[in-house]
Design a protein around this ligand. Sequence first.
Ligand SMILES: [Zn+2]
Length: 159
Amino acid sequence: MHIGVVLLLWLLPLRPDVQQAALTGLSDKTGIVSLQDLTDDLRGRLEIKERVHVTLVDHNPLVMSVETLNGRSGPFVISVDRDFVQELAPAEVEAAIAHELGHVWIYTHHPFLQTERLANDIAMRVVNRSAFEPVYEKVWSRTGIRGNLIEFLGPPSQD
Ligand SMILES: [Zn+2]
């Protein structure tokens, strides 16, 4: 759930302990088996074929971001700030991951249309809009940079 889009063409190899953390962390807090399982589930629901890894990091100035290791074919890596994700309720974790997968979807389908709004439009195919609002509040309180919910999410729908 980052302010700017980060899609680099390369990334330093992930440290094994970081990868391991992503597979074992959070189960108590979120009630999910792991962030990776959640990511895999959302990826399937969004019909993204490329592999997407998720990793917890000690500090991500963007709180969450996604990068590709090898252009449009991926695999992609979602980096999640460890402290930030601990602040999120399970539905909010799902929304945040879905948002990053929204960027992946755009990148693999319409790379020149990359925006925060469109990433959320994609994410809202599988996660209810209401889950995104508290995520943004928490992102903004952490980064100190406020944005506009309507701009990022569109107007609340009637349903
Ligand atoms: Zn984003």
